[in-house]
Design a protein around this ligand. Structure first.
Ligand code: C2E
Ligand code: MG
Ligand code: MG
Length: 585
């Protein structure tokens, strides 16, 4: 714009600029407030009037305290710092209060103006209710299933973790019910996806009806649901016979309520549909020691309940005759690990080839020991508990990993001590199926062995034949991994698992331990003698070294030596004993 010498051009220019500013402000969709240092509003736009519900004349003159809450945050709107003075704007999140008293979440951009009237603030007020709503929705959906609006697996897991923690502290019980609908896929196919969705929505409602208000009902997968009943009073020996005794009884009551709730027909667009479910129950601490195991066992119990002739409800450890004893044992076993009550005993594995003829004297055995097998015991206050008394319970409860970790660490420590004392013997460990299937098992063992300064080639890992043949593909992967790290592998209790001999060739193992049950009947029993002979031949043909287990008599030893069995183990050479009792060199 051209300026005239009498100054009228300047006035016009200012008027133009003022007009443009007014238009900008009036057309803005955000509310505009101009207020002075004490917070009194001096100018507004129509969007602000609309948002607050005040006529323009009333909105000007109000103070910030009338327009925003909480009062503590109102001060942010008049606070001045270096950045604001330097021309930057500040964003303040606050609630705006309207003329009729209702509030909305607002995001305010505040800037400062220094002018003829002194310092003033300009604020642009944006209603962010929708954004907040969608944020809340996203948060809700991340913990909920969209179809049924029930909590999802993730949220269930968080709740279950907290419940287990509480139960641990307060000695309470937690039940997880795994509800698996029967024949849902048939209904889904028959009615189409829409009908299936509706059935799941209605099922969710029925399950909520069956559960107590404080129980968490969640959708687990397509047609599977979970119920968490927490803070259950534990069973006491006195209440054991009562109808409402303990968590197990309450969980079964809940399961019965679930079956009853599903009994009524479902109405799907006028079609009557009937559906029932298999319910699996798992209880902390009776059936599991952690949330992961609790969920897994509820799932397994539901699968059991689905089998023909079973169901409709199955509890994971129901088959245990003495539940109270199991609970008591479970509690003590957990403490056993914490309180260092596990012990290792070692049993020699002897090279039969180098033995002088006849039964060896114990004291002369040391040079012929090829390895020691580490066998775990639990030093309970009532005595020494053998592994048969607690390994399978530890597996059920998910405690086996902790036990296995301790065994390997302690065994490695001992092996290193022997090595330093000049004995060159291998150390043999037993791994159960559950341990074998831990995703990080190979790294854990390798780390422990290398960390102790031992060579994996001086460590033997024993896996029973039945473990090795359960899901052989999965097992083989782990065994090959162990081999790759340089460990020696042994198939334990071979012959007891009834797997076919031909499967043996698929496993990367170099040691075959012939089960004690065959050796026990040597040399008199012809079929045992034939079996042992066949196993020794098989081992040789596959390039494996055989260990005969359970040698107790000189006659058994003589038979085995005659058939060329290279290695042996048994009470004849020594029972499992603490390291301090062994003669090593
Ligand atoms: P296994 O690995 O086959 O161990 C041999 C078992 O046979 C030992 O029983 C041993 O005491 C017994 N035994 C050895 N020689 C003779 C004999 O001449 N006559 C008789 N009658 N028995 C003999 P134990 O120590 O009670 O262990 C039983 C099983 O528990 C082991 O069988 C193994 O499968 C398992 N086990 C032991 N320690 C561990 C461990 O640290 N972890 C895992 N997962 N399992 C273990
Ligand atoms: Mg063994
Ligand atoms: Mg064995």
């Amino acid at each position: 714009m051209e300026l005239k010498t009498d100054g009228t051009g300047l006035e016009e220019a200012l008027a133009d600029s003022e007009n443009r500013f007014r238009c900008l402000v009036e057309y803005a969709s955000d509310g505009y407030l101009l207020y002075d240092e004490d917070g009194t509003v001096v100018d507004v736009n129509s969007s602000a009037c609309a948002a607050y519900g005040y006529p323009r004349g009333e909105l000007t003159g109000l103070s910030l305290g009338d327009l925003f809450e909480p009062q503590a945050s109102v001060a942010d709107l008049t606070e001045v710092d270096d950045a604001l003075c330097g021309g930057a704007a500040r964003t303040v999140e606050i609630n705006a209060r309207c003329q009729d008293g209702h509030t909305f979440p607002a995001e305010i951009r505040v800037g400062v103006l220094e002018g003829r009237e002194g310092r003033r603030f300009m604020a642009l007020v944006r209603d962010v209710s929708e954004r907040e709503l969608s944020r809340e929705r996203i948060e809700y959906l991340s913990g909920h299933d969209e179809l049924t609006e029930l909590p999802n697996c993730r949220l269930f897991r968080t709740e279950a973790d907290a419940a287990v923690e509480r139960a641990r502290r307060a000695e309470r019980q937690v039940a997880v019910l795994h509800v698996d609908l029967n024949r849902f896929s048939l209904v889904n196919q028959g009615l189409g996806g829409h009908g299936g969705d509706e059935l799941l929505r209605q099922t969710a409602g029925r399950l909520r009806e069956a559960a107590r208000p404080m129980d968490v009902v969640a959708r687990y997968a397509a047609d599977e649901f979970l119920i968490l009943a927490a803070d259950l009073e534990p069973e006491s020996p006195a209440a054991r016979a009562g109808p409402n005794a303990g968590g197990a009884a309450q969980a079964h009551e809940l399961a019965a309520a679930v079956h009853a709730a599903l009994e009524r027909p479902f109405d799907l667009d006028g079609t009557e549909v009937y559906i029932d479910a298999a319910v699996g129950i798992s209880l902390f601490p009776l059936d599991a020691d952690s949330t992961t195991v609790l969920l897994r066992h509820a799932d397994q119990a539901a699968a059991q309940a689905k089998r023909p002739g079973e169901g409709p409800t199955h509890q994971f450890a129901e088959e245990t005759s003495d539940k109270w004893g199991r609970l008591w044992l479970a509690t003590r076993l957990r403490k056993a690990i914490e309180q260092d009550e596990l012990r290792l005993h070692y049993q020699p594995i002897v090279s039969l080839e180098s033995l002088p003829p006849g039964a060896p004297a114990r004291a002369d055995l040391a040079p012929h020991v090829f390895a020691y097998e580490a066998l775990v015991r639990w030093q309970d206050r009532d005595g020494l508990v053998p592994p048969a008394g607690f390994i399978s319970l530890a597996e059920d409860l998910g405690l086996i990993d902790d036990i296995g970790e301790w065994v390997v660490r302690e065994g490695c420590r001992q092996a290193l001590e022997w090595r330093r004392a000049g004995a060159r013997v291998s150390m043999s460990f037993n791994l159960s199926l559950r341990e074998l299937w831990q995703p990080d098992i190979v790294e854990r063992i390798a780390g422990e062995v290398r960390g102790a300064g031992l060579e994996p080639s001086s460590v033997i890992v024993e896996i029973t034949e039945s473990s090795a043949m359960t899901d052989p593909t999965r097992t083989q992967r782990v065994l090959y991994e162990l081999r790759r790290h340089g460990f020696s592998l042994a198939i334990d209790d071979f012959g007891a698992g009834h797997s076919s001999f031909s499967r043996l060739a698929e496993l990367p193992c170099e040691i075959l331990k012939i089960d004690r049950s065959f050796v026990a009947r040597l040399p008199g029993d012809a079929s045992s003698a034939a079996m042992v002979t066949a196993m020794l031949e098989l081992a040789e043909r596959l390039g494996m070294r055989a260990i005969a287990e359970g040698i107790e008599t000189p006659e058994q030893l003589a038979f085995l030596v005659e058939r060329g069995c290279p290695l042996g183990q048994g009470f004849l050479f020594g029972r499992p004993a603490p390291a301090s009792d062994l003669v090593l060199v």
